[in-house]
Ligand binder design. Structure first.
Ligand SMILES: Nc1ncnc2c1ncn2[C@@H]1O[C@H](COP(=O)(O)OP(=O)(O)OP(=O)(O)O)[C@@H](O)[C@H]1O
Ligand SMILES: [Mg+2]
Length: 498
């Protein structure tokens, strides 16, 4: 990519960017939230067209009007939000849009397609059953289907936009094995992540973007996490969370024998009991899919538990609505920002008052005070460093990490007695993680009870005063924050130690 510039109203997303990628190489692309990584890759994939600059493939200038052109030129992209049809099987998803046909009327040759999917799966050790239904498969396997889709279309350059954000540590290891295999077979890989350890482990070369510009290129052997962080955000970043020992007060959240079923009526939370006190951070560790999602949904009023009790400050809140919880100073950062944290079509200011617009000071009776809402928005944009041209742009145009920061700002800026945060820093750059973590500790020190659910062990270990490990719907271990090790937690999380 040569001299690529892309402007959106109020922002220069890419500013004369030069980027090369060779075959048989993994290029790590790093940069703070809103730096322009996704935009640059969307240009490479033909989703956006650049205002200036050009793309050369094998030395020849090419022009992509749409992803079809990019695919034809050998470029593939695995998006962060998978684009699979849940009720279709693996092969049906892979061939969608490029169905191989036989005979004069062009019927779809699924047998041939299945054989090809099997072949790709074997060649790259993806271990995929071509006939499995997608909705039954874990996230890590769904990602492999996206990889097969790209390989099925003969991609030579494959872009991964934050592929590891949704993976468990074991899935990340498997994923690294797969992309190393792709590299060995001569593919060029572009890998975007906010996890500095990962990029140092897997990349051959690292390019850093800041505010739309390439600010540097390094090789992992000559870089440290601290250096990369500083290159990204332009100042030194404290990668360690500073906090004093907790001084827990009265019980704020009390959960007794909670039993929750998931959508398919399987027991997801299996008679769980625990307490969270004012002034402490309790971390829930666990491999995703072990009941954490359903636990949080029950605690925030989003689902009704089958049995058991939830008390908030002594009051029975087992069957109350989400709005009741919001009004009673419970903050909630949901695990899936786009599905349950935001309304993408609403603007920044509207999203910042989604769960408070109906009360003073944002509204008086039935009259909404938009001036106040926008003032409030401007203040949070500044305080949380949400990169947006203004409070009136739609949230859909914000970068992924900035969408996440918006939710954190909304939830933490309310008067909070209990904070329930799932994957609070998913997709957030290191500089902003530092700030969010400091805010979580500050909320604790101001007397809030904090429950953090995260599949990031580093995050759990850095923040928690007490750690609960969930496995198959049960709490299988409780460990004191300062005494836990990643290895010990890992064993509990895998159900190998009780
Ligand atoms: N469709 C769009 N309309 C308007 N502005 C946009 C659009 N897409 C991106 N932007 C803006 O372009 C800039 C770069 O965004 P981009 O999504 O490329 O960042 P990123 O580096 O991928 O960040 P993150 O790490 O948070 O994913 C941001 O300021 C964003 O608000
Ligand atoms: Mg992005």
């Amino acid at each position: 990519m040569r001299n690529v510039t892309k402007r959106f109203p109020g922002v220069v997303a890419n500013d004369s960017v030069d980027l090369t990628i060779e075959s048989g190489e993994i290029l790590g692309l790093l940069g703070e939230n809103g730096a322009g990584k996704t935009t640059l890759m969307n240009i490479l994939y033909g989703l956006y067209s650049a205002d200036e600059g050009e793309i050369l493939v094998d030395g020849a200038v090419t022009k992509f009007d749409d992803p079809g052109d990019a695919i034809a030129a050998g470029i593939g992209m695995v998006h962060q939000h998978f684009m699979l049809v849940p009720v279709f099987d693996v092969t049906e998803n892979v061939v969608l849009g490029v169905e191989p046909t036989v005979g004069p009327v062009g019927t779809i040759d699924m047998t041939e397609a299945r054989r090809e999917v099997q072949e790709i799966s074997t060649q790259y050790r993806l271990e995929i059953d071509p006939s499995a239904t997608v909705e039954d498969l874990p996230v890590g396997i769904q990602q492999r289907i996206e990889i097969i889709k790209v390989l099925f279309r003969d991609a030579e350059i494959i872009v991964f936009d934050e592929p590891t954000a949704v993976l468990t540590p074991q899935e990340v290891e498997d994923f690294f094995g797969i992309i190393n295999g792709l590299k060995e077979s001569g593919k060029g890989i572009i890998f975007i992540t906010h996890k500095l350890g990962e990029i140092l482990e897997i990349a051959d070369r690292i390019a850093v973007l800041r505010r739309g510009k390439v600010v540097g290129e390094v090789v992992p052997a000559e870089a440290t996490e601290e250096q990369l962080a500083e290159m990204m955000v332009g100042r030194p970043v404290d990668l360690v969370v500073e906090k004093e020992d907790a001084d827990p007060g009265e019980v704020v959240l009390s959960v007794t024998d909670l039993l929750v079923r998931d959508d398919r009526q399987h027991t997801a939370v299996d008679r769980v009991s625990f307490e969270v006190r004012s002034g402490e951070i309790v971390g829930v560790a666990g491999v995703q899919g072990n009941g954490q999602t359903e636990l949080v949904e029950a605690l925030t009023g989003l689902t009704v538990p089958l049995s058991g009790m939830i008390h908030l400050g002594g009051e029975n809140v087992t069957l109350v609505s989400p709005r009741f919880m919001h009004r009673n100073s419970v903050a909630h950062v949901p695990e899936d920002r786009q599905r349950s944290g935001l309304i993408l079509d609403f603007d920044v200011a509207e999203n910042l008052v989604l769960n408070s617009y109906y009360d003073e000071p944002y509204s008086h009776g039935i009259r909404m005070d938009w001036d106040y809402a926008h003032q409030h928005a401007d203040q949070l944009i500044d305080q949380y460093d949400i990169r947006t041209p203004s409070s009136t742009v739609k949230v859909s145009s914000l970068s992924g990490g900035n969408q996440q920061k918006l939710i954190v700002a909304r939830e933490f800026s309310r008067d909070t007695k209990l904070i329930i945060a799932s994957q609070p820093t998913r997709g957030i750059d290191v500089g902003s993680i530092e700030y969010v973590h400091a805010r979580i500790v500050a909320e604790r020190d101001a007397g809030a009870a904090v429950l953090i659910v995260s599949s990031e062990l580093d995050e759990i270990l850095a923040l928690s005063d007490r750690i609960l490990v969930m496995y198959r719907g049960r709490i299988v271990a409780e460990v004191t924050g300062g005494e836990a090790t990643a290895t010990e937690l890992g064993l509990y999380m895998a159900g190998l130690s009780t």
